[in-house]
Design a protein around this ligand. Sequence first.
Ligand code: PLP
Length: 661
Amino acid sequence: MEIYLDANATTPVLPQAAQAALQALAQDFGNPSSVHSTGLKARALMDTARARAQRLLDTGAGRLLFVSGATEGIQTAVLSALTALRGRSDVQWLLYGATEHKAVPEALKHWNRLLDLGLEIKAIPVDTDGRHDLAFIREHAPRTGLICTMAANNETGVVSDLAGIEAALSALAGYWMVDGVQALGKLPMKLAASRIDYAPFSGHKLYAPKGIGLLYVREGAPFTPLMAGGGQEGALRSGTENMSGIAALGAVLAALEDGQSFRSAAELTRYRDALAAALREAFPGLVFNAPLAHVLPTTLNFAVPGLSSRLLQDLFDAADVRVSGGSACSAAKAAPSFVLEAMGLPHWQAAGAVRLSIGPAATAEFIAEACARIRACGESLRQNCLSPQDNAPTVGDGITRFMLDGACCYLLADAAAKRCLLIDPQPEQVSRLVQALGCQDYPLAAILSTSGDDAHRQAREILHADLPAALLPAGETDALGWPVGAGAIELGARRLVRRPTAEGQVLLLGAGDEAQFAFGEVPVAMLAPHTLAAPTHDDAALFATRALQREDAEPIQLDGMQLAAFVATHPGALLVDVREPYEQFLTHTPELPGVELQAMPISRLLNAIEPWLAEQRPLLFFCRSGNRSRQAAQALARLGHGQAFTLAGGLALMPGNVVHV
Ligand code: PLP
């Protein structure tokens, strides 16, 4: 069962809301502008939904329009306010909170340019708790045309001090917009009693479908329609209404009013505290990125020293727990969260942030299961030497690759000889390497650099400072870390020798005459036919190159539906799970009857390439999303494997009866 903890991105549709939407689609499908009874029925449904929203938000004599979502509400509010500012020489600024959703500053820039107002757009600073600088607001208010301050933040859940902001706005020249998206259903809002001019809301953040939202406009606040046409919504927002969306939103608002489906703030706080306790237990050293006393009881934003946001997201996903890094919009990019940066948090916290958010319809059973899964994630880290504390010992053998911004560091270990060595470590990787070396507990024979890069030297120095003496290399070394006077470094059955190059050195690892691996910037001419060159940088995810390879070879993509046919036609195939051990620990092993399974994490792929190339057995790679397995299959195909397959779309798209994750 999936545990969905990403409610600030979007929520599922409440069953009664889905039911109401279906009814509006199939039975009560009228156009509320029609005067016959089918139309009248639709109008009545719309009026009822609006009346509920008016009661819940205490809109008084203000207007409440149905719009497509918060982004449209924000555009309409900004257009309305900015249109009213034309010709006013007393205003100079448009202000927005530095942690506002991107829709707000982008709308300000867009309409300021289109209306040719030439106003200066300024971000209101926030403190480390994420709260607005009230002195800044007070100082700028007399020359501000529009100020935008969200009610609660989508990434951190930080609740704004709206009363404090209102007090600071006593001399405001223009208008005030409050983005209420994350507050709806979680915080009481009494709009007419405040001086808020505009407040947009979005249905899909509170169990209604995507494509429906609300915009509150205070009585007397200026209004310019974004859409002109048939005159719907009193000509303020033309276009035939999204009736299924309105019906569903109406059902959600009814649930809010009857108090049955949603938990109270006190109950949600208990849930949040339970989740926070499970997180602290699973990830010792975890820090919350905003003080819990100031955040919605439905949001937790945190970072764990030494663990990237990406790793934590993969870990949660393996446990079938959906969370997000920073905010959903930035999930595709590895950029640090601008919200956390605006709060002045250290880079590692802003770059390593994970957001966990629940909806107010969460139940005690759901929270208990979420806590159990979070604890299992912690256990997976301990078993796989990634926990900040209490890691179990591990057996290190073969080559493990550690990546940092495209640069590759290699840890070579020999379990029988209990020796290991490091190639090209970076200073930022040291804590992770110290952890890995501590878990396997083999002394390092050397810490080598292939290029003489200063970063490698720095990493060597920090490792010398941080590692227990028992694990450190003994004796004097040269500038590249090579033991002075040594012709070779013995690593169990294999030995490492070096060849000087113009930049530094190439390190050759092997047992016989022909090296199995070459590390460093290796000229192709230097490579024996079967030697695999392990790159120093691998942005293109090549993993290894060799003298003879087929540059244009492509892996064969399979989808879930082709699996049965694949098994029938490739009886000797090997199914290769390239996910990392901390992911594999959390999920059931996929079952593909009759097919042998091998776990070969992408970080250890180098070890398997040569045996697989020699064997030429059909290989079907899979991972969570299909990305890593495609890279692995591509590498094998390029290096000369004739039957490298990848499961496109990964486990996420597998039919449930074939693979249970
Ligand atoms: N404002 C906030 C605070 C949000 O969280 C979001 C959605 O992420 C929006 C605005 C935009 O809402 P929508 O995508 O429904 O237009």
